[in-house]
Design a protein around this ligand. Structure first.
Ligand code: HSE
Length: 291
């Protein structure tokens, strides 16, 4: 296998999963980007991280971008002798904005681009499958890789995705403290009432219409019965803001496993509690890309 000479840089978007009723299925890519740059070197592993999470991430083979790169190299023919990696992180960690999916997808796209003819050895469908295998569920990685609005699912072990176009405006309210996805998933019940599942299915279907052709339906379409209320105890301030926004008729959801609150609206930043970060964002269309 031959590696390209010199550094390669990949930009990968943040993503919001679930979007209310689309639990573990829907993803939306957002124009907030992590940037990863790598080049092959004679030996060793050099990692430099700046920005979000730079004080907490490991600087060795367990770094998530490196894990994804190694998994990709192993799949398409072998690892380089050495690697120099620089990560410039903008996506907040542990806030439900897809930072781990961005790391995984960024690593895969970066490793593929470092291999001569890598695009032929690993097409986007295979890159997506690898990302899902590493992440464990497909919603954030689908949006991070393909951009836009994604519906993702698994058929047995096989990951599938349908990408749709949407241009909705978004405001995200990011609280100062993280909540782990593991903790948030641990709060979900084993079973839900049939009436809740039925209501949720209807709103998930409506949400696709609302995000593509019928934006006036967004407030009804973002109602959820499967996860947000169960997780409220882990993120009470987020849940309170969510209810406040919705009472005012602003379509709002918990982004992914939380605790970020996402509103499908502009001009609502003044609702942010003190100490929270606010970003007015648009939908990223291309997904992860070599720049
Ligand atoms: N769908 C996932 C969840 C997203 O809500 O747990 C977080 O990775």
């Amino acid at each position: 296998m031959t590696f390209v000479s010199g550094p390669v840089t990949v930009e990968v978007p943040a993503s919001s999963a679930n979007l209310g009723p689309g639990f573990d299925a829907l993803g939306l890519a957002l124009d907030l980007y992590d940037t990863v740059t790598a080049e092959t070197i004679d030996s060793g592993l050099e990692i430099r991280v700046t920005g979000e999470g730079s004080n907490g991430v490991p600087l060795d083979e367990t770094h998530l971008v490196v894990q994804a790169m190694h998994a990709t190299f192993d799949l398409i023919g072998g690892r380089p002798d050495g690697l120099r990696l620089t990560c410039t992180n903008v996506i907040p960690h542990g806030r439900g904005l897809g930072s781990s999916s961005a790391a995984i997808v960024g690593g895969i796209v970066l490793a593929r681009a470092l291999v001569e003819g890598g695009g032929l050895l690993l097409d986007d469908a295979s890159a997506f499958q690898l990302a899902v295998d590493i992440e464990g569920h497909p919603d954030n990685v689908a949006a991070a890789l393909f951009g836009g609005l994604t519906i993702a699912w698994t058929d047995g072990a096989a990951a599938e995705v349908e990408r749709l176009q949407t241009e909705v405006d978004v405001t995200v309210f990011v609280p100062p403290a993280a909540v782990s996805t593991e903790k948030a998933r641990g709060l979900l019940p084993e079973l839900v009432p049939h009436r809740d599942a039925a209501a949720n299915a209807g709103r998930a279907a409506l949400l696709i219409a609302a995000l593509t052709v019928a934006p006036n339906r967004l407030i009804s379409a973002t109602e959820d019965w499967l996860h947000q209320s169960y997780r409220a105890e882990a993120m009470p301030d987020s849940y309170k803001l969510l209810r406040q926004l919705r009472v005012e008729g602003i379509p709002a959801i918990i982004s992914g496993a939380g605790p970020t609150v996402l509103a499908f609206a502009r001009g609502v930043a003044d609702h942010a509690p003190e100490g929270w970060a606010v970003h007015e964002l648009t939908v990223d269309q291309p997904g992860a890309r070599v720049i």
